[in-house]
Design a protein around this ligand. Sequence first.
Ligand SMILES: [Zn+2]
Length: 227
Amino acid sequence: MPPANRHNPKRAKSSQSLYSLHEFLAEFPSDEVCLEWLWRERHSPDGENAHCPKCEQTRKFKRYETKQSRQSWTCTGCGHHLHPTAGTIFAKSSRPLTDWFFVMFLVSSSRCGISAKHVERELGVNYKSAGRKLNKVRNELRQQDYTGPLSGDVEVDETWIGGKTHVGEMRRLRAENPTLPKNYSKPRPMVLGMVERKGKIRASVMPPNATATSSARLSHRTSSLSR
Ligand SMILES: [Zn+2]
């Protein structure tokens, strides 16, 4: 076996990972690299020419060193500034982009979801800020999920969410309706989930009177709607 290069760790073939932490760190090592990635992804695939909304044509853009270290590229024709983070969830954030990118990495690489507490510990930020970041990333991913269709093999199943009715709540219900059976508990909402194998996930709350047929109908409708 050839000696492994410890400076360039490779993902093992047997690993289930599609994108390891090493690959993530190598691709996005600094705030500046993340910004450059956004610039190319959103405005300028070649990193130099982009559409200037003021000149209304493709122009050459330059990154000028400024005292305020502005996070923008400037049109060489008219001086218009383009901010790669404008209109994204990272806009006006006081934390480096690497924090945001790492949260996205955590969310997308975790199998069972991550908590705001986890983000708080990993980034060394306060709980409120961790929760805000996580919510923004989750909402963004959810919105992206809903724009595309489900395809290929899609698995559908439903489940009931929630636990037993709380004692206090049961007491109130019994006071209102003394004929309630002994083993009564409040109906729990049914959630229908659809998973595209190795792909997107959809979940929706079913109406209270849902039956097997109506869930089948909904799953059919949802998947055909998005196809
Ligand atoms: Zn311009």
